[in-house]
Design a protein around this ligand. Structure first.
Ligand code: ADP
Ligand code: MG
Length: 232
């Protein structure tokens, strides 16, 4: 059954690597549904499969077997080009190290994903979109600054604005608070929470239980499997 209210449905997903003639199951039978407006944390020890799951959800990697339904379409066996299209237009990414380009202004950093997609927008329309995204994260007063002139917490807010620019269905964040102090960690998680309340769907990887507790749902991975799914 395909549920139109689901962003993602994963069924029996496996991702197997061959290492020295041996099979390593980075994902070993993952079943997961991500409804719209979910705010989900993925936790688990190192090597449990968190990054592989994120790469799979972000069209950066393909499963070895299993079924993946994204926004009602079977995307289990997409080719490179289709994957690149989904990655660029439907998914927003936030990284631990922010990944802003130091020579570009804050506004131009936020506009960067538009160069791969909606290039039909005029310069003025792009600028307005970028300013609106920065407004959502409370950074519209810094359009002309460079990343080096901002604090870590501010840089991550800019990176979140960049992830929003294409109106993605899903934002994926890999340890988004890993480089932040506790005060900025809380601010970023509060920002994610308010975005979720505006209707954004979020999945983030963290090894920090306190960070995970901001999420509405916590998934714990071990040996490539989901061993706990806590909606409390
Ligand atoms: P986590 O992000 O939870 O630390 P990963 O998803 O990175 O875990 O890795 C899960 C398992 O898959 C680990 O055993 C890891 O060594 C293995 N793995 C991940 N990527 C590769 C790869 N490119 N080649 C071989 N093994 C890999
Ligand atoms: Mg990892």
């Amino acid at each position: 059954m395909i549920d139109p209210e689901c962003i993602y449905e994963l069924q029996a997903i496996r991702r197997t690597y061959e290492v020295g003639g041996e099979a390593v199951h980075a994902l070993d039978g993952v079943d997961l549904q991500i409804p719209k407006h979910e705010f989900m944390a993925i936790i688990g020890s190192s090597g449990s499969g968190k990054s592989t799951l994120m790469h799979t959800l972000g069209f950066m990697d393909s499963p070895t077997s299993g079924r993946m339904i994204f926004e009602g379409k079977d995307v289990s066996a997409l080719g490179r080009g289709a994957r690149a299209h989904y990655r660029a237009s439907r998914i927003g990414f936030v990284f631990q190290a922010f990944n802003l380009l130091p020579r570009l202004s804050i506004l131009d950093n936020v506009l960067l994903p538009l160069t791969y997609g909606r290039s039909k927008l005029s310069k003025k329309e792009k600028r307005e979109r970028g300013a609106a995204a920065l407004e959502r994260v409370g950074m519209s007063h810094r359009l002309g600054h460079r990343p080096g002139q901002l604090s870590g917490g501010e840089r991550q807010r800019v990176a979140i604005a960049r992830s929003l620019i294409n109106d993605p269905s899903l934002i994926l964040a890999d340890e988004p608070t890993g480089n932040l102090d506790s005060k900025n960690r809380a601010r970023i998680m509060d920002l994610f929470d308010s975005l979720m309340q505006e209707g954004i769907t979020l999945a983030l990887v963290t090894h920090d239980e306190e960070v995970a507790n901001y999420a509405r749902r916590r998934i714990r991975m071990q040996d490539g499997k989901i061993i706990e799914d806590d909606h409390g």
